[in-house]
Structures are given as C-alpha cells and as structure tokens.
Design a protein around this ligand. Structure first.
Ligand SMILES: [Cu+2]
Length: 342
C-alpha cells in the first residue's frame, strides 16, 4: 500500500475516492499529492468509470443501512428464562451477498451478516446462555466464529462441530457468555482473508455482571475495502461501513456527558490500525475485560482482532476530528467528527 503508482493502477474505485480524499484531506493538510495523481484512461474519469460527484454521499436507503444508525445499534436478541433461572439469549444471523455503495458511484460486492457491513452488534451479559441461529443465504460457504470462551465444537471452523455451513444450510452455535468484555465474531472459512475483507464480521459485547456506569454508548468497527481484490491492501478505509461517513454526519454528543466507544479493529491486509481523537483524552480498557482503565491517552493502536473500550467527556463544545493516526488510512476514508453541544 505504500506505492502510489501501484495504487493508481487499481481502477475506478480509487479514482472515485480521490475526490473524497481530497475533500477530507484539506482538514489535515494542504498538499493533496495522491489525489492529484493522474487517473488511467478508462478508469474513474472516463465515460465507463463510476460517476463520482463532490459533495454527494452514498445511497444509504439502497444500501439498507446507515452508519449513523449502526453506531448506536445494539442487538440484544430475544431472551427467555431457563428452568434454573438463567437467561437464554438468542439471535438470528444470516449471511447474504449484497452490493453496497461504499463511496459515491463505487459498488462493492460484499458478503454480509444481516445485510450490512459491519454485521450486527450482539450484546449480552456475562453468565447468560447464548444461542446464535445462523442461516447461510449467501452463494458461498461460511461460518460464524466467535471470540470468547467456548467448547471446540462451537468454534465455527472447518472440521469441528457443524463445520463449514454450505449455501442454504443453517446451524446453531451455543455457548456461555464469558468472559465479559468487548469481543468480535467473523466468518472463518478459507480463504479467510477474503471472507473477512468482504465484510463478514460483527461486534460481540458481553456486559459485566454489574453494568458499567451509564454513558452515551457507541460501536466503531474499523475496517477497509480491497476494491481490486488483489489481496494486497485496501483502497478504502472506514468506520461502520462507509468511508468518510462521519465527516458528512458527525457523531453528535453532549458536552460533559460520558461517551463510551466500543472500538474494534477487523481491518484485513494492513497489519495495524489506530484511533486518535482531537482536543481530548480518553481512558482505555483493552478488550474491556477489566473495569480499571489501563491508559489515559489520545491515541491507541490495534492489530487485527484487537479491540478496546474508550471513555471520554468533551468539556468544550464544537467539532473534534477522530481518525486513524495512520495518515494514509485517514485520507482514504478513516476520519470523522464528533460534534459536541450543550
Ligand atoms: Cu465466509
């Protein structure tokens, strides 16, 4: 991903996002070198290329999801009481193939969970019994592999338990909600990198027995799109599905209110992702498995599969950027704003 010339051989998606990157970049610096690089004939700028229009956003209605809603969408499933008094919590999760407009005029053929990227944020409480009913409506074989503590046959990989779930087939994963913390789930079918890069991941929150203090809670899943399918990097970077979304629709928060971000990195192909907030610091709880903050900072890094909880209050009103502190990712979509008001 470090060779700009290779990037610009990648076709319409990149050419289309160059304008977006330029729009966002001016907030970070004033030298849009990449965005001004020549576009190969027939890609992006040509009549047969996608039609990027500055100021336009993607069609969220056609996509079927909007990152503004994804941000605070916690799926608690349905609960029943077991004879021993324990709570049984159940969800329905389905896989399907969906064309998603990931940047204006740029369609990505995603493999999705519950028809969105990222998939649902499943939320439960430690000690519950969980059942995830998985139906594969995709044209491709998939599984659900949860992070957490569970028996081998519930691990959602080939050759164990139900193994690979073929198109049209279903299975149920059952395990205990433990340990409390911030986890994730994703497909675990090979080629694994592509199944993840296509969009098959979601957030899995196990609340502690005594809830965390009340807060304005939100989920941020950091990921990317390898729109050329060369498996060598990403042409777009995003939080919650759509690059630059929170530049267009800032995350609105209240001054001095506790903000709790469940931050997950599932970015494929690039080894490290990061999160940085302007004009503020936050407490960081790695994996959310301890109730004591391990760090007070304004920047953290995560490898793929790493996650952690960020807690902060904004003492001043106004707009504050948040973005990957990897400038390349920020310029290709991984940036947004908090908008703080009274
Ligand atoms: Cu898969």
């Amino acid at each position: 991903m470090n060779d700009p010339s290779r990037r610009f051989l990648l076709g319409g998606a990149l050419a289309s996002t160059a304008g977006l990157a330029l729009a966002g970049r001016s907030l970070l610096d004033a030298s849009p070198a990449k965005a001004q690089a020549p576009v190969p004939a027939g890609h992006g700028g040509g009549a047969d290329g996608p039609t990027f229009r500055i100021g336009q956003t993607v069609d969220h209605t056609a996509n079927g999801f909007n990152p503004t809603q994804v941000l605070r969408d916690f799926d608690y499933g349905t609960t029943t009481r077991l004879p021993d008094g324990r709570t049984l919590r159940e969800w329905e999760v389905f896989a399907s193939d969906e064309d998603i407009e990931v940047a204006p005029g740029v369609t990505f053929p995603a493999w999705t969970l519950n028809a969105r990227v990222p998939g649902p944020t499943l939320r439960c409480r430690e000690g519950e019994l969980l059942r995830v009913h998985f139906r594969n409506g995709s044209e491709h074989p998939h599984t659900l592999h949860f992070h957490g503590i569970h028996p081998a046959e519930m691990d959602g990989i080939a050759g164990l338990g139900a193994g690979i779930i073929q198109p049209g087939q279903s299975t149920t994963y059952e395990f205990d909600a433990t340990p409390f913390g911030l986890h994730l789930f994703h497909c675990h079918v090979g080629p694994l990198a592509e199944h993840i890069a296509r969009g098959m991941y979601g957030t899995f929150i196990v609340d502690p027995p005594t809830p965390r203090p009340p807060a304005d809670e939100m989920v941020m899943v950091m990921h990317g799109y390898n729109t050329t399918f060369d498996g060598e990097g990403n042409q777009l970077y995003a939080v919650n599905g759509i690059p630059f979304h929170y530049m267009h629709e800032p995350v609105r928060v209240k001054r001095n209110e506790l903000v709790r971000i469940y931050l997950v990195n599932v970015l494929e192909y690039d080894p490290i992702n990061s999160f940085h907030v302007h004009g503020n610091f936050f407490d960081y709880y790695p994996t959310g498995t301890r109730l004591q903050s391990s760090e007070f900072t304004d920047t953290i890094v995560q490898g793929q599969g790493q996650r952690g909880i960020c807690e902060m209050r904004f003492p001043h009103p106004g707009k504050y950027m948040f973005h990957a502190h990897k400038t390349e990712f920020a310029e290709l979509g991984w940036m947004g704003f908090f908008e703080v008001s009274d």
